[in-house]
Structures are given as structure tokens and as C-alpha cells.
Design a protein around this ligand. Structure first.
Ligand code: SF4
Length: 187
């Protein structure tokens, strides 16, 4: 069986590689379910639309997407099928981190591989109700994304990592993490 990386790992790895390891340890059962689903569902546009996610009013929400070329799968936030617009919402966006872009690019490439046409990409910061347009990625971005995915796939999670206390304080795994004694701000 082919192995696919969750699209969410693309940002998690930029934030802290060790968070992926902890996610696997503490949330392993869910991953088994996730890895099975997109392989059944994600290969063509018709497949995902014909299963749980039928577009309502030309809006497709929370659909699974999969890219065989990149070896990733995940859920999109909102696709406006008629407007050919993909939107990823986050509670608050102060900075467009590279990891955010990797997630959105991966969703875009998966959708186009599945037969969708996308002409517009946006982030949406819910707190400020702000739309942030993102340039459509091309071959340069595809190559960068693929290199990032390969880096994750080959990463030795037992190697030393740089612990950044500022990140730890905003990491949901802080209470479980053996690399820090800090509590996260959500505690
Ligand atoms: S608590 Fe810190 S070191 Fe541990 S996974 Fe989170 S960010 Fe990484």
C-alpha cells in the first residue's frame, strides 16, 4: 500500500518536526482511518463529490483531496466550484508562514490533479474577517513543495531538534512533550 503524508504535516513540520512525532504517538488510531479514506475517495473529482461531499450552492466544504504526484492527502476548507476559488480559513492570521503556503499549495495541486480548475487562492483570517489573496503556484512552488515533503519523509525523528520555547508555549503537545517543561498557553 502506498503511503501518503497528511497535508497538515506540511505546516506542523515547519512549526516543529517533533510535533509530528508526538501526533503519531498520541493520535495514531485516527491516522489509520485517515490514511485509508483518501485512497478510496480521493482519486477523481467525481469520487469525492459522489461520496459525502456534494457541493451545495456550488460550495464544497471539508472534502478529502489527494495528490498522487506529491504523495499527500488532506481536507480542504472551502472550494467555490463556480468561482473556481479555494479558501483556507484560520482563526487568526498575523503572518503567512511558509508552512501555511505549503498546505494551500498542496490542496491546490491535489485539486488540479483531480480535475478541478482553480483560478483563485485565498486565506481567510476569521478574527479580522480579512481575505488574503495568494498567487497561484507554478512549477517553482511545486518543486519547493516536493522537496519539503521529501524532507519530512526522510526526517529522523530521533535526531536532536531545536527547541524554541516561544513555539512550545503555543504547541498543543507541550504538556506531553519530553523536550520541554513548559505548559502551553491553552492550559
Ligand atoms: S512542545 Fe515544543 S519541542 Fe515539543 S513538539 Fe511542541 S514545539 Fe516541539
Amino acid at each position: 500500500m502506498e503511503t501518503f503524508l497528511p497535508i497538515s504535516y506540511l505546516n506542523d513540520f515547519v512549526f516543529c518536526p517533533y510535533s509530528i512525532y508526538l501526533h503519531q504517538v498520541f493520535d495514531n488510531n485516527k491516522e489509520v482511518v485517515y490514511t485509508a479514506k483518501p485512497q478510496q475517495r480521493g482519486k477523481t473529482a467525481h469520487q469525492i463529490i459522489d461520496t459525502q461531499n456534494k457541493p451545495k450552492n456550488n460550495i464544497l466544504k471539508g472534502a478529502y483531496v489527494l495528490s498522487n504526484k506529491l504523495g499527500v492527502y488532506g481536507k480542504i476548507d472551502t472550494l467555490y466550484t463556480k468561482k473556481q476559488k479555494l479558501v483556507e480559513s484560520k482563526f487568526q492570521i498575523k503572518t503567512i508562514y511558509r508552512g501555511y503556503l505549503y498546505q494551500l499549495w498542496a490542496q491546490y495541486f491535489a485539486l488540479t490533479e483531480m480535475g478541478f480548475s482553480i483560478k483563485e487562492l485565498n486565506f481567510f483570517s476569521m478574527r479580522e474577517r480579512q481575505t488574503i489573496p495568494i498567487k497561484i503556484p507554478g512549477q517553482v512552488e511545486f518543486d519547493e513543495l516536493r522537496a519539503h515533503i521529501k524532507k519530512i519523509a526522510r526526517f529522523n525523528f530521533e535526531s536532536e531538534i531545536n527547541v524554541n520555547p516561544v513555539k512550545c508555549q503555543h504547541c498543543i503537545y507541550a504538556a506531553l512533550c519530553d523536550k520541554t517543561n513548559l505548559d502551553h498557553v491553552y492550559a
